[in-house]
Design a protein around this ligand. Structure first.
Ligand SMILES: *[C@@H]1O[C@H](CO)[C@@H](O)[C@H](O)[C@H]1NC(C)=O
Length: 325
């Protein structure tokens, strides 16, 4: 596959405007200097909020004995993932607002692209593992403790991380051997399709390969998530008591919200046609899944979840007493 793609790309190389290939220019949000300071401040506070919220969840899950259950170990890992996601994109973006420099080295761009692809895939797997966990808890309550034990939980989490990082590696290898005719990327970070736009020659084969790869790796977990939720909703609707319904729903509603946001933004990105006219729209939509989703997850989980709120209260009590001593 690799040699085929390379061959095709080389055949049609337009050597005329081939660039030196050591750096890219991220066009970002345009050249309006006047917006740089407000945008810098906006994204700075978003980044601080994202880090604070997610690190707080990681801390709670690590410290509070009541949260040492599979559901919260998954949540801790999700928060860990979200801190990585925003740290992959935001610091570079903030520094470009501050310095006005849009240049990013080829290597930094590829690292960012690889991490972005891998973390996105890991999120997809982790969300499906979490929905499977909720499925077992609600639809198979008698077998839950036996099936979702520490070992199973560890396996699901480890395989999510490993598969995510492997799935992205092949694409990255192909991409890093491609020839670029243009070093301008019309985006605010090194995302896949904007990078492909600067490849030399015909990119259809590579795009097709990407669609096939994405389908192979993201379809199974998406289907698993979807079916888990169908079973969960049917099971909840069949419950005889209203109290039972509410209790079951409250343990999975925040997760359902996060899943909906994740897939909602993802579908938006891939449904929007890939044309230059819609580049600005694509950038705004990308902001959602790269920057806003990681910020919202901790808010959703802490505000909507009683156990997390209780853990937070215990932590506050503990810190408060600690200060008085
Ligand atoms: C992530 O999952 C691993 C494996 O189960 C667990 O040991 C670790 O504590 C989790 N991380 C967080 C931050 O909760």
């Amino acid at each position: 596959m690799t040699t085929l793609m390379k061959g095709q790309l080389f055949e049609t190389t337009e050597l005329i405007n081939q660039t030196s290939n050591t750096e890219f220019i991220l066009l970002g949000f345009g050249n309006h200097q006047i917006f740089h300071v407000p945008l810098y401040l906006l994204f700075f506070f978003i980044y601080m909020g994202t880090m604070a919220g997610n690190l707080l969840i990681i801390l709670l899950v690590a410290l509070d004995q009541h949260l040492h259950t599979p559901m919260y170990v998954f949540l801790g890992n999700l928060s860990c993932l979200e801190t990585c996601c925003s740290s992959n994109i935001l610091p570079q973006m903030l520094s470009s607002f501050l310095t006005g420099s849009k240049v990013i080295s080829l290597r930094a761009c590829f690292v960012q692209h690889y991490l972005f692809g891998s973390l996105g895939a890991v999120e997809c797997y982790l969300l499906s593992a979490m929905s499977y966990d909720r499925y077992l808890a609600i639809c198979r309550p008698l077998h839950y403790v036996a099936m979702m034990n520490g070992r199973m939980c560890f396996r699901l989490i480890a395989s999510s991380w490993i598969t995510g990082f492997l799935a992205s590696a092949v694409t990255q290898i192909i991409m890093s051997q491609s020839v670029f005719c243009n070093n301008k990327i019309d985006h605010f970070f090194c995302d896949t399709f904007p990078i492909i736009e600067s490849f030399c020659g015909d990119t259809h084969a590579f795009k097709l390969y990407l669609y096939v790869l994405c389908s192979i790796f993201t379809f199974p977990p998406s289907i698993l998530t979807l079916t888990s939720y169908i079973f969960i909703i049917v099971a909840i609707m069949r419950m005889p008591s209203t109290v039972g319904k509410q209790k079951a729903f409250s343990t999975c509603s925040s997760h359902l919200l996060v899943v909906t946001i994740f897939y909602g933004t993802l579908i938006n990105i891939y449904v929007v046609p890939n044309t230059n006219k819609l580049n600005e729209l694509r950038k705004v939509l990308s902001l959602f899944y790269t920057i806003f989703t990681p910020m919202f997850n901790p808010i959703i989980y802490t505000l909507r979840n009683k156990e997390v709120k209780d853990a937070l209260r215990r932590l506050c009590h503990f810190l408060f007493r600690f200060r008085e001593i």
